[in-house]
Write a protein that binds this ligand. Structure first.
Ligand SMILES: [Mg+2]
Length: 365
């Protein structure tokens, strides 16, 4: 066997098993909605500002700026509580259309660097830049450049996390916020995961974190003292996943919407929903819009997305060729359970289009 053939085989093997470092950037705008409001209303500059529902009722803040955070105001906090902590807080209503336009501007910048873009919300996305040759392929420099371009185009700052897998990139983007970035090199991944507080790992909700703490598990390294089988007994299917995350392993690919070919609608609520019934009601409101977007296209899967009051989000998917009430309820039930009692601030539903059938039809015609 020639050296070249051996190299190819080893490389294919490593790619297959995810050991060749992928380069993933998680870009996250800083206090997005609030930053947009301050940008467009210069008289707000330097003052504590939040975007959200009015105090009274169940109004909650969706975002607040750093001046507000100094008073202990946080995203997802009820507006009344926020005003108690910071009486001078200026709460302005959200302007979704403006945020959506800016989001498109940002995505156009991402697209200069890679096709593999997975948006998580209007202000956040994963980018797989493994094949990007700009800046000699340095993900650190690419992230810097992207942030500079976003600032030049929108006047808004973004932060970035750079790592070889998604969940670490996401955690890293929080490390040097605002207007900063943080790199976890492949050689540092294991150590970084070992010291991670478990609550920071996506999928560990408040109750799961409590149960883990009760067993003396607080950081990644604690998880690794137990076998995946043991963790499965405690946490079900998530147990072995957590065992991987605690080693810094996350083989999930960055999946772009274009590739997934889905059509979806979602709604962000300025008051958290506190029951499945309320979520179902919101979903029903979305369905006419979905069917309008879908037109006569066929689909093969349904995906339900929920974002919780602490901004963690979850997606539940199933195969389906039509939309039935029972399926919708079942998806919602699974997703809502994952909230472990947290309120819901965003509901969305999308369908995965059925390419095969579309192609067959076009061939026949
Ligand atoms: Mg953000």
């Amino acid at each position: 066997m020639t050296a070249l053939a051996a190299t190819v085989i080893v490389t294919v093997f490593l790619y297959r098993y995810g050991d060749v470092a992928r380069k993933i950037i998680h870009v996250d705008m800083d206090c997005f909605y609030a930053a947009v409001e301050v940008r467009d209303h210069p008289e707000l500059a330097g003052k504590p500002v939040a975007v959200g529902g009015p105090a009274g009722g169940r109004g909650v803040l969706s975002t607040c700026n750093y001046q507000a955070r100094e008073f202990g105001v946080r995203s997802a906090m009820p507006s009344g509580e926020a005003l108690r902590r910071c009486p001078n807080l200026i709460i302005v209503p959200g302007r979704m259309q403006v945020y959506q336009q800016i989001s498109q501007q940002i995505r156009a910048i991402f697209a200069k660097y890679t096709d593999l873009i997975e948006p998580l919300s209007l202000d956040e996305a994963f980018l797989d830049v493994s094949d990007c040759t700009l800046h000699r392929g340095s993900a650190t420099l690419i992230a810097k450049q992207i942030r500079a371009e976003i600032l030049a185009a929108t006047g808004l700052t973004a932060s970035a996390g750079i790592a070889n897998c998604k969940f670490i990139a996401k955690i890293a983007s929080d490390e040097n916020k605002p207007n900063g970035q943080f790199v976890v090199l492949p050689s540092e991944t294991e150590a970084f995961a070992a010291q991670l507080p478990l609550r920071k790992i996506p999928g560990v909700g408040p109750k799961t974190a409590e149960r883990l703490t009760a067993r003396g598990l607080n950081v990644g390294a604690d998880v690794l003292k137990h076998q995946p089988e043991q963790l499965a007994q405690w946490l079900g299917k998530f147990g072995p996943v957590l065992h991987q995350r605690a080693q810094g392993i996350d083989n999930r690919a960055v999946v772009s919407h274009r590739e997934r070919k889905s059509v979806g609608v979602e709604t962000t609520l300025f008051e958290d929903l506190g029951s499945e019934t309320e979520c179902l009601h919101e979903l029903h409101k979305l369905l006419p819009k979905l069917s309008q977007r879908l037109g006569t296209k066929r689909f093969k899967g349904l995906n339900l997305k929920l974002k919780f009051s602490d901004f963690q989000q979850t997606t539940v998917s199933c195969q389906a060729h039509q939309l039935e009430e029972n399926t919708l309820r079942a998806l919602l039930h699974t997703g809502y359970q994952r909230g472990e009692g947290r309120g819901v601030r965003l509901v969305g539903i999308s369908v995965t289009l059925d390419d095969a059938k579309t192609q067959q039809l076009s061939l026949l015609m």
